[in-house]
Design a protein around this ligand. Structure first.
Ligand code: GLY
Length: 341
């Protein structure tokens, strides 16, 4: 509780904001918090709390936003409780776990991998693509070959639990992504099938970076690539403006170049939350019927450290960490209603 109080004291946002421990849902935060060294890290979903906690020591020591987001994303990829990211991700409909990830800094440097098999930390492979190749994205076998050349080791990724879930899914073989309002963390026993770790950081020198990592939609077609490794869809960063990431059904983010859109809207003067809201409205305008059954969520951090989030449907939670207080888990209080803002 004391951390919760401290978090709220440092917040300039509306009095409705709540910060709750991992697994809980609450109000929202859309404004700047004063921080000890100006650094801040924000992440999607309840597992974002752990990712932020892993990333924070990097920022606290004056480290770079890029190192912080890679560290946070690696934490999520290694998390044994996460069926949507990394080691424990659910497979595609052929039973194969394929991972997507991207990383970007505010100077436009970026790297990504898609449909990567048998490598636990796709975000670090993405960073190597960025730093050690002339390319931005490697996919499939080529991505794996590159990872092995870079010293990453192959590991069997399909866990017993993932295998069991896949065999259960095979009985009906229906592809019906669930809206995350009934996520396992909120309602024990439910299965998540389209979460992504999106993590954005602002470091003490005022530089931004972000990363995105996922096993993608459970039971996807083999070869399907979502938004997370696509720069501009699942992730976009610009030091002049801010950073944005997305979670939910990736096809909608790709159709709308949505994270790029959020950053461009902030460039035009929108707050992070307004920019996220407008991006959701674009998604709905393009696919009004499909939008009723799909979850799409955006999280944005501008260069001043202001945070905003907006989701199409209820249930999107995100984690905020600054000045060492890393247990804040907030629910986007803003969901699409179809009414003007
Ligand atoms: N947002 C993750 C995916 O659609 O793959």
């Amino acid at each position: 509780m004391s951390n919760r109080r401290q978090f709220l004291q440092t917040s300039l946002m509306a009095a409705t904001a709540l910060a709750l421990p991992r697994g809980a849902a609450a109000g929202g935060i859309d404004a700047k918090t004063a921080t000890s060294n100006g650094a801040r890290v924000v992440s999607t979903w309840d597992f974002g709390v752990g990712a932020n906690q892993a990333a924070w020591p990097v920022l606290a020591k004056g480290g770079s936003a890029l190192d912080a987001v890679e560290t946070g994303a690696r934490w999520a990829e290694g998390d044994l409780c996460n069926s949507t990211v990394g080691r424990c991700g659910y497979p595609d409909r052929d039973g194969v776990v394929t991972l997507d990830a991207s990383i970007m800094d505010g100077d436009g440097r970026c790297g990504a991998v898609a449909a990567l098999q048998d490598i636990v930390h796709p975000v670090s492979v993405a960073r190597r693509v960025m730093e050690r190749t002339p390319h931005v994205m490697l996919v499939g076998e080529g991505a794996q070959q590159f990872a092995l050349q870079q010293g990453f080791v192959k590991e069997q990724l399909r866990t017993k639990e993932a295998e069991q879930a896949w065999r259960e899914w095979l009985k009906k073989s229906e592809y019906k992504p669930q809206i995350n309002a009934e996520r396992a963390a909120v309602k024990p026993g439910n299965k998540e099938n389209h979460d992504t770790l999106g993590i954005l950081a602002l470091d003490a020198s005022g530089k931004l970076a972000g990363a995105c990592t996922t096993s993608g939609m459970a039971w996807k077609l083999h070869g399907r690539v979502g938004d997370s490794p696509i720069i501009g869809a699942g992730l976009y960063i610009d030091n002049e403006v801010g950073a944005a990431t997305a979670s939910g059904v990736g096809e909608e983010m790709i159709r709308n170049a949505a994270s790029f859109l959020v950053v461009e809207l902030m460039r035009q003067g929108r707050t992070p939350m307004d920019a996220c809201r407008e991006a959701i409205e674009r998604v709905v305008r393009k696919r009004p019927v499909a939008s009723k059954t799909l979850q799409v969520c955006f999280l944005a951090l501008n260069k001043h450290g202001e945070v905003g989030a907006f989701a199409l449907h209820k249930g999107f939670v995100y984690a905020v960490c600054d000045a060492g207080k890393c247990d804040a888990l907030l629910e986007s209080r803003s969901v699409y209603t179809g009414k003007p803002a």
